[in-house]
Design a protein around this ligand. Structure first.
Ligand code: ZN
Ligand code: ZN
Length: 540
């Protein structure tokens, strides 16, 4: 009896304590993940003089900067980048091997977020056949949803479909991207049956059009842009219809969809993010919410004009203002110290090869389409079929498995012929049979990156690495990314706000550590294929 009374008393006594404790678990009201597509960490410092004290500089001065953050897999493209940030794991484990791949079973080309069964909600039919169904693992945003029994809200936004869908994971309340043809934000029926009113109202304002009408001139007098090559140069691409590469760019004459390739693409994403915070009441409830914002116009501008262009310098001076605006807005709506923000990138970028050459840095353009023709001709002589190589893309030579099977060809012999044919070419650094990657001469670090990025069902057969600063030449102007080299794989990472220890972290950390660190910060499960480690230095 005494025992029962004692138990009852202790239950009555302790129950409110337990409830209090659970309710009192310290978490931020909101996590904001900001991805700046194609941002290299040197941009924090290169344009620093003209950044506001309240934009990038505030994050650097008051947050925790992980100066040595690296991508630990190949290839360094947008879809695997966004996925690795949010899943804390590498392509071999989450399945998003690249932006596009060839499915080894069906032989079909696949886009990372394509889903033939999905229907557009808003926007146009083609842009709506999208969902995260090709992603095998959960994201940190999925884990937050599940940890709160789906009471936490997750909203993901980008002009790129893949920049919204992959961070939002499988359980997002809404992932919104820009329609490829008319500059409106849309989603698919994977997420919802109809657009929320606030999204419809946003689209009705035709904001994309009013931005484009303004044309694009530099924010400051053009002669003050001393961090970049002079405006009129041979390294930059042009917008359709332009006759030269110089400012002002008459964006009013361009199709609305080209807003992505201008800083206005970042402005409209910022406008949309503010509406999402207000209308979805993010950070206002009892449970931690998550907003993922991916600014991808930095990537389009970088591709078109290159990292040494006034266009890119201007884009960063402008996005610094978006970052300042975002911090201001969050401080007003959520409250300073009530939210955690991290800012990173999905990959970096190379210089334009001609720019490098003109400054005596070894570099070059390589034509993989020519290589494909050359190799297929050689293979035809030995194996009597003209199309044994299906494609050379995404750092891989892809063999035509159906041809090899139907003609009973010896795949190992074909691989050996290809490797022997390419390995002594001047521009090619390594050609590696991925079935025997462990026996290759790749340095250990790159071998690990290759293995981390290799998805048996969705990767090519022979890894083809060019010399540093060489690009697969889809264009002589502008530039691209995708390689193991530091210009593509050294990324910015800064943490700010609730739970973050101010400082600078110099130890080497990886993109996959971001989700692991968030899981620790939020006291939730890591994503279900996470291999990253918590960056202890950034947490209080
Ligand atoms: Zn990207
Ligand atoms: Zn890109």
């Amino acid at each position: 009896m005494k025992y029962i009374v004692c138990c009852l008393l202790s239950v009555i006594f302790f129950m409110p304590v337990f409830a209090q404790k659970k309710k009192g678990i310290a978490r931020p009201k909101l996590v904001v993940g900001v991805v700046l597509d194609q941002m290299r960490p040197d941009y924090f410092y290169r344009y620093n003089e003209r950044y506001s004290e309240n934009g990038f500089k505030k994050l650097l001065n008051e947050g925790n900067v992980c100066e040595n953050t690296f991508i630990n897999y190949l290839p360094s493209y947008t879809a695997p980048g966004h996925t690795c940030i949010y899943t804390g794991t590498v392509p071999s484990l989450h399945g998003i091997s690249s932006n596009d791949w060839i499915d080894k079973v069906s032989g079909k080309y696949v886009y990372c977020t394509q889903d033939a069964n999905a229907k557009n909600i808003g926007g146009t039919v083609k842009s709506g056949k999208m969902s995260p169904k090709n992603l095998w693992s959960t994201t940190i945003t999925d884990e937050l949803r599940m940890a709160s029994n789906f009471k936490s809200k997750v909203i993901a936004i980008s002009v790129k479909d893949r920049g919204a869908i992959l961070p939002g994971g499988h359980t997002a309340n809404g992932s919104y991207w820009m329609d490829d043809s008319n500059g409106v934000f849309m989603t698919s029926d994977f997420y919802m049956k109809q657009l929320p009113d606030w999204v419809k109202q946003f689209n009705d304002k035709k904001i994309a059009s009013s931005y484009m009408q303004k044309n694009w001139n530099t924010l400051y007098p053009i002669n003050t842009y001393i961090e970049s090559t002079e405006d009129d140069n041979k390294y930059e691409g042009k917008f359709a219809g332009e006759t030269n590469t110089t400012f002002p760019h008459k964006t009013a004459d361009l199709p609305l969809n080209d807003i992505k390739k201008t800083p206005y693409g970042n402005d409209i994403v910022f406008d949309f993010a503010k509406e999402a915070i207000l209308n979805e009441k993010l950070g206002q409830g009892e449970h931690t919410d998550f907003l993922s914002v991916s600014f991808s116009s930095t990537d389009y501008v970088g591709h078109l004009f290159g990292p040494n262009s006034i266009e890119l310098e201007d884009t960063y001076l402008r996005i610094d203002k978006n970052i300042e605006g975002l911090i201001d807005f969050l401080n007003t709506e959520i409250g300073e110290g009530n939210y955690t923000l991290f800012l990173t990138a999905d990959h970096g970028v190379a210089h334009n090869p001609q720019f490098s050459l003109d400054h005596r840095v070894p570099a070059g353009f390589y034509y993989t389409s020519n290589l494909k023709t050359e190799l297929n001709n050689q293979l035809n002589q030995q194996f009597n079929h003209p199309a044994i190589i299906k494609d050379i893309s995404e750092n891989f030579i892809w063999l035509n498995d159906s041809v090899i099977l139907a003609n009973k060809l010896n795949k190992n012999a074909i691989v050996q012929v290809i490797i022997d044919a390419v390995k002594f070419k001047n521009e090619i650094h390594y050609a590696v049979d991925m079935q025997h990657v462990q026996e290759s001469n790749l340095p250990a670090k790159i071998k690990e990156m290759a293995i981390n990025g290799y998805v048996e069902k969705r990767s090519g057969d022979i890894l083809l690495l060019l010399l540093p600063a060489w690009l697969d030449a889809y264009s002589k102007t502008g530039t691209t990314h995708g390689t193991w080299n530091p210009y593509d794989t050294h990324i910015p990472l800064v943490w700010y706000g609730w739970g973050i220890q101010k400082g600078i972290t110099h130890k080497e950390v990886y993109m996959t550590d971001i989700a692991a660190t968030l899981a620790t910060l939020l006291h939730i499960q890591m994503p279900n294929a996470c291999i990253g480690k918590t960056i202890e230095e950034v947490l209080k």
